[in-house]
Design a protein around this ligand. Structure first.
Ligand code: TPP
Length: 554
């Protein structure tokens, strides 16, 4: 050790490294087993640390923060039950391909892996973390800490991205090391497409007169490259995770109206579909029975995506942005696209959105009010609830590739925490948008404690709380396939006005469709968290009955 050298704990090393990664906010719950890390957040005051009320919420917040900023999300949990609490949210981050670092503790290393029943030990924590994330590591000593941190973040940020955990025994977190001179993260490699594969794909695409680009979440960083194909006249459709890569009011896009009958009819007229960064997941494709265009090509950063779900005549392994740009270089000025294609897209889109509206009844007023009052500069965060399945996954119009945040994996109860992570990201990165969330009362209650976090953090967000005092979608499924035998779906629900008052969160009741615009405007004008309770008993039922992901018989 040189006289001038500085010695820091492993916990502080982790925090200083995250600063170098560009992290501006981290989320977690304090515990004996992570205090050296949190102590460093506090003493350094560079990264804002948000105290969630539970590890599930913290992980959802970090996930949403990463999704809207396009940077690394960070959550910190305690060992054992704490990291276990985050497991469901880790699964969601894995499903969504979110680059995230999850730091957790572990008991003192001398007692670890000895089956002593040592308090807070979770003997198989690492195995659990591997199962719910992309990778998991343990830091065993100060000498290997930085390398492990670097590798974990590199893996998290390498497409297909995902959450990576590191467990650090509490004694190791406190150990000292000399402050390294270089704390920079490693670059995340991007898959380079092969020129031969690109030539072959370009040759085929040059034959197309009615080409369609299907953009998934993996193409969120490729908006400008996708725009080059749009400028050539291509039609576009997106998965729900790909919303806004092409602004949804562009005349050449179907937006995420991707599986309604008019969209399927349109696909029959398409002579080449190029899927980019999309898994063509079950709920986007009527469980793989949606009739996609017969001639299909695919680009993906995951080499294993080839022929998954749907086959393709030609596959290019590569980063979405690099591959689309290289393809555009080969196609620009050489495609002869049917001038009728744009009008056909618009017709299909109008037909699909009319179909969606026809099932909503009075709730069309709410859908339209979100567009009209909130405008396009919003983050649109959704929990799993009837309203999201019926319209929130398609509307309002989104104009930004990261504007939509939803639970891809279908788990309820994550929307409120995701809205908090989004609102914090909006502040720390000065993104200048409003955070608007959609949740059902069932999902909201699952993680309702995070409303206290939202108040404490002064998170500016509006939750549209669709209160039907039940698990509505499950009740519909019982009607559909369980002979109308209703059980376990009626919910004792708090008086949300009183509940919000007790937390000092603003509560507004939305009792009738005619009030939608006015109440929403009031909510958006307020600061801190606002709960707009849509009294669904007063509004009445939807016209259509949504009973789970749509399945196709043939
Ligand atoms: C974590 C989790 N637990 C249970 C379920 C099953 N589930 C799906 S939708 C739903 C009901 C959601 O109710 P609510 O939030 O009130 O929305 P609504 O269906 O009434 O619109 C339930 C329990 C789930 N998807 N995820």
């Amino acid at each position: 050790m040189t006289p001038s050298s500085v010695r820091i704990t492993v916990g502080e090393l982790a925090v200083r490294f995250l600063e170098q990664c560009g992290t501006r906010a981290a989320f977690g719950v304090i515990s004996i087993h992570n205090m050296p890390i949190l102590d460093a957040f506090n003493t350094r005051q560079v990264i804002r640390f948000v105290s969630a009320r539970g590890e599930a919420g913290a992980c959802n917040m970090a996930d949403a923060y990463a999704r809207v900023t396009g940077t690394l999300g960070v959550c910190v949990t305690s060992t054992g039950t704490g990291s276990g609490n985050a497991a469901g949210a880790m699964v969601e981050a894995l499903t969504a391909g979110t680059p995230m670092l999850h730091l957790t503790g572990q008991i003192e290393s001398p007692f670890l892996d000895r089956d002593l029943g040592y308090i807070h030990e979770h003997p198989a924590q690492l195995a659990m973390l591997r199962a719910v994330g992309k990778e998991a590591f343990r830091i065993r000593n100060p000498e290997t800490a930085l390398a492990t941190l670097r590798e974990a973040v590199r893996i998290a940020q390498t497409p297909p991205c995902g959450p990576v955990s590191i467990e650090i025994p509490i004694d190791v977190q406190k150990m000292l090391l000399e402050l390294p001179a270089d704390l920079s993260p490693l670059p995340a490699p991007r898959a380079q497409p092969s020129p031969q594969a690109l030539d072959a794909l370009a040759e085929r695409l040059l034959q197309a007169r009615r080409p369609l680009l299907w953009l998934g979440g993996g193409a969120r960083g490729a908006a400008a490259a996708a725009q080059r194909l749009v400028a050539m006249g291509w039609a576009v459709v997106t998965s729900v995770q790909g919303r806004g890569i092409v602004p949804e009011d562009h005349p050449q896009t179907l937006g995420s109206y991707n599986l309604q009958k008019p969209a399927e009819d349109f696909y029959a007229t398409v002579d080449a579909m190029l899927t980019v960064g999309s898994r063509l997941r079950s709920n986007e494709t009527l469980s793989y029975k949606l009739r996609l265009p017969a001639t299909r090509y695919r680009i993906d950063a995951n080499v294993l995506a080839e022929n998954r779900g749907y086959d393709s005549a030609c596959f290019v392994h590569g980063d979405a942005e690099l591959t689309l740009n290289a393809l555009a270089d080969r196609l620009e000025g050489r495609m002869r696209i049917d001038p009728q294609l744009v009008a056909d897209v618009q017709r299909a889109r109008a037909g699909a959105s009319a179909l969606v509206d026809s099932g909503l009844g009075a709730y069309v007023a709410l859908k339209n009010a979100v567009s009209e009052v909130a405008g396009q500069d919003i983050w649109w965060v959704r929990d799993i609830t009837l309203s999201n399945s019926m319209w929130g996954n398609r509307a309002p119009v989104l104009n930004h590739p990261r504007a939509g945040v939803h639970a891809l994996g279908g788990g309820i109860g994550q929307g409120l925490a995701m809205a908090i992570g989004t609102a914090i990201a909006n502040t720390t990165h000065q993104l200048g948008r409003k955070t608007v969330a959609l949740a059902g009362d069932g999902g909201f209650m699952l993680n309702v404690g995070e409303l206290a976090c939202a108040v404490q953090e002064d998170a500016h967000l509006v939750v549209l709380l669709m209160n039907d005092s039940r698990y509505g979608v499950i009740k519909n499924i019982q009607d559909d396939i369980y002979g109308g035998r209703h059980c376990y779906v009626e919910l004792h629900t708090p008086d949300f006005a009183q509940f919000c008052a007790s937390l000092k969160a603003t509560h507004l009741r939305l009792g009738a469709p005619e009030q939608a615009r006015e109440v929403l405007a009031q909510a958006l004008g307020a600061s801190g968290p606002v709960v707009v309770e849509v009294d669904m008993a007063a509004w009445g039922p939807f016209v259509a009955k949504f009973a789970g992901p749509i399945l196709k018989k043939d």
